[in-house]
Write a protein that binds this ligand. Sequence first.
Ligand code: NOJ
Length: 541
Amino acid sequence: MFHHDSRDWWRHAAIYQVYPRSFADANGDGTGDLAGIRAKLGYLHDLGINAIWFSPWYPSPMADAGYDVADYRDIDPSFGTLAEAETLIEQAHAHGIRIIVDIVPNHCSDAHAWFQQALAEGPGSPARDLFWFREGRGEHGELPPNDWQSVFEGPAWTRVADGQWYLHLFAAEQPDLNWDNPLVRAEFADILRFWFDRGVDGIRIDSAAMCVKDPALADFDRTSPPDPHPFVDRDEIHDIYRSWRAVADSYEVPRALIGEVWLGDTERFARYLRPDEMHAAFNFDFLGAPWDAKAMRACVDATLASHAPVGAPSTWVLCNHDVTRTVTRYGRAETGFDHALRQVRHQVPTDAALGLRRARAAALLTLALPGSVYVYQGEELGLTEVEDLPGTVRQDPIFHRSGGNDPGRDGCRVPLPWSADGTSLGFSPDGAQPAWLPQPRHWAGSTVADQQADPDSMLRLYQAALALRGAEAGLGDGPMTWLDTEDQVLAFTRPGGLTCVVNFGDRPVDLPWHTDLLLSSAPLPDGQLPTDTAAWLRTTP
Ligand code: NOJ
């Protein structure tokens, strides 16, 4: 059933992120659904990916696009049913594709039964202890219990009718769970088993470094937070993932744990990847790195160095549903990504053709590096960030909580363009409701159907590179060796004789010695590698 039917598939897999609302809509309501995804499993198989990670598909009021989970053991009716999810898991497996679901442990939805119970049962009740309820400060408790700020802007506390306040590090509709309460721990172990028992191969762990809080709940200076931080990366958090690893390892084919861990400190990051904790974590340093040979090489070296001591595979990520699309980012003067600069870098001059050229080269670089790799839906089509969405259609709580100052993340979540047929460029069937976010007109020429027919398209490049990655034994996990090159060029070899070379400089360069040219991200005039181009070469002795 699986090409790499090994227990350690997560060490080398190419993992495709499906954002269910925006992938494919089969029932015509303008929102993606499981039936839409099932109809496209052939597309994903032909793309050559090994696993799908689904952003949350659970019942949710969608205050944060499903990252506000009302029931961890069911499917949102707008996406389908639990029975359909079970069928989807089976059908994906039959296509040789593994399934990763998104588990959100830091917070649930305010519509979750536990939170509703906590509201109903009032202060001092056991249900309130599943969350962080506190009295306010000030003469009448009218001030929040401390000065913590939400990641989505504004205070991290909201007051309820009886006067108490509850903590939410994200939106007010996402109350933080109290991981000091054993019921929370038991509940999540059970949720993991629920999905693993249905054949799910792994989980992506949302906001994985934030679950444990210092119960002192003290004020702190955000410009120089204390060490340890009151809610980021506290030592006690590792017990949670050790216990999850035991659950994952209790299956005949162990399930994989993949963490969303945003930490600047690579040594602290690697602690999550110790042999009895998570299997892998997203490499956000790579996602943030600018298009620059020196910076990229430094990032690759730092990644390999931090993963080696714990024996974990590296991961390579260029974008996801939270960040500016790669083509747009690489088409700008500032090519790195930083959440804090999203509003400053919004709608700045962008050369999309340059961005696409670089994104094509980056795809070959990324797919040749050792470890596993993530592809966010639409990345394989070279989609751009949609920056001109009117405020009236934007849904991201970041946009709304910042009073519109921060554009938020809707621009990378616009439904995929499949074809000229149907509604919304084939995202929905004929006669459907408009898509939940409008697609830009210029996507009309670069739908999946157009790109399938064009041998020079981004889609065909991804298909070719993923096919080679699957076929070449030396790609995926394993060693790499840098070759000596001039400053603006990166070149490295992988076991099996594949060489990847990328030219970040402003003039063409000669290719390293090779016997075969396997693939290049752009034509190679006179056999030279032009600016912002990558090639895969083989050297057979
Ligand atoms: C990280 C997710 O990727 C993001 O989309 C979400 O808003 C936050 N965690 C909160 O769940």
